[in-house]
Design a protein around this ligand. Structure first.
Ligand code: TRP
Length: 443
């Protein structure tokens, strides 16, 4: 069967941006910024995106475009008869694991979208409401299944008729909702206090952990280390360009993360809530904030729709890595691969889902099952995948080849010596440090 190609440059940029923009932008980035010194963090984060994220993004897309293969096939083609394909295999495995719990969390978001339609009472105990929701079984299971079904349906429909079609509809909606949310938040009395919390540089909050957070976030938010961007790059045609398209992806992803903070912090402050609430911010603090404000029901509904859309355009990119492997290497039918592996991923998500009820006794290093899945994938698989990918591109395939592939047909932005230097030395060094610190700090 013919391998598909994106039918337009915009299609590719929106698909890659959709993968990048996810829970990491809407929830994690604003929260990290708020607790890591506001604008001071922003500065460090931007440096990480430009000097670490952007080069790895280009490296992955170039591998994909060059080989027109899934991650495993891409490494096999460029380094036949070596164990390098294992890096691709690690990515396929990580895609499987991350999607299984990403879907559980996205399912909570879908459940809250529906709850928001009924409206939230300002007197409700939102912490108890969230605790009750996740410690249930039927509800979370239903929404986890529903979210996986949506993901499977998009991927089963194909690259052009599935992924590209869906992102062309959903990404503009996502952008539009964010703008509405910002206008609402900024026009509340007391919004300024939130803005100054978000943006005032506070250098006293910069610690070693700030740098670790900034590097890890730049990796996660650009969907790197798992072969997602190899896979999406593999559907580029030979006349497409990478270095400028990757530039747009970086700009869109950063802009949405930054804007999410404008939608969240002014509202949190205006209504007197704690901005450093941590993981509960999305599901506990925000519903409480919305319940207090005029037209709150509508805005909580919009916010959770936003979260669900952002999650869906990311989850499809994880399933695509797994499906592309089965289709390319084992010549499976795309629909069969999507439904069968989507179902297996759904099953694999059940233990973390039950980690808040019947399996709550099961702990690893003090973490529940969902956090354990998250730890293995985000602290180990992704950085190791990213490290080995950058070493492979810089030293085995050759940075020059990547530069040629990346610059081909691009006239706005080209990469050169700086890119080669970053990819050869800075990126591997920075990621190695992160991996070691992640492991040391967890034990
Ligand atoms: N980038 C997405 C976010 O910010 C998450 C994501 C999607 C991802 N695909 C990925 C992270 C691949 C790592 C690897 O939420």
């Amino acid at each position: 069967m013919e391998r598909e190609n994106w039918t337009s440059k915009l299609g590719f940029i929106l698909a890659a941006s959709g993968s990048a923009i996810g829970l990491g932008n809407i929830w994690r980035f604003p929260y990290l910024t708020g607790t890591n010194g506001g604008a001071a963090f922003l500065f460090i984060y931007l440096a990480c995106i430009i000097f670490i994220g952007y080069p790895v993004l280009i490296a992955e897309m170039s591998l994909g475009k060059k080989t027109a293969k899934n991650p495993i096939g891409a490494f096999k083609q460029l380094a036949p008869d070596t164990p390098w394909w294992l890096v691709g295999a690690l990515g396929v495995l990580a895609g499987f694991v991350i999607l299984s719990f990403y879907s559980v969390v996205a399912g909570w978001g879908m459940a809250y979208t529906v709850k928001a339609i009924g409206g939230f009472s300002p007197d409700a105990d939102f912490a108890a409401m969230f605790g009750n929701h996740i410690s249930g079984v039927g509800g979370p299971l239903f929404w986890h299944a529903a979210f996986m079904f949506l993901t499977i349906a998009v991927i089963g429909a194909g690259v052009v008729k599935g992924i590209q079609k869906v992102v062309k509809i959903l990404m503009p909606i996502l952008f539009f909702i964010i703008i509405i949310m910002i206008v609402r938040a900024l026009t509340l009395d007391g919004a300024m206090a939130g803005l100054s919390f978000y943006l005032k540089p506070d250098f006293s909050n910069i610690k070693l952990q700030t740098f670790i957070d900034a590097i890890s976030q730049s990796f996660f938010t650009l969907s790197l280390g798992l072969g997602t961007m190899i896979t999406y790059g593999s559907y580029l045609s030979k006349n497409d360009s990478i270095s400028d398209s990757a530039g747009y992806v970086v700009i869109f992803d950063t802009a949405i993360a930054f804007l999410a903070g404008f939608a969240i912090f002014p509202a949190v402050f205006a209504l007197g809530f704690d901005p450093a609430a941590g993981p509960g911010l999305t599901f506990i603090t925000l519903p409480a904030v919305f319940a207090e404000m005029p037209l709150g029901g509508l805005f909580s509904f919009l916010f959770f729709i936003l979260l669900t859309i952002a999650a869906l355009t990311s989850s499809i990119s994880m399933l695509e890595v797994v499906v592309a492997y089965l289709v390319d290497e084992h010549h499976w039918n795309r629909k069969k691969a999507s439904y069968l592996f989507g179902f297996l991923i759904f099953l694999f998500g059940i233990p973390p889902l039950l980690g808040y009820s019947s399996l709550s006794e099961i702990r690893f290093l003090g973490m529940d099952i969902l956090d354990t899945y998250d730890w293995f994938s985000n602290s180990l698989f992704l950085p190791i995948g990213g490290l080995l990918t950058s070493v492979f591109v810089a030293h085995i395939w050759g940075a020059k080849n990547a530069v040629n592939e990346a610059n081909d047909n691009s006239d706005i932005l080209k990469v050169g010596q700086i890119f080669v230097f970053l990819l050869k030395y800075i990126v591997p060094l920075a990621i190695s440090i992160i991996i070691i610190l992640n492991i040391v700090s967890s034990f």
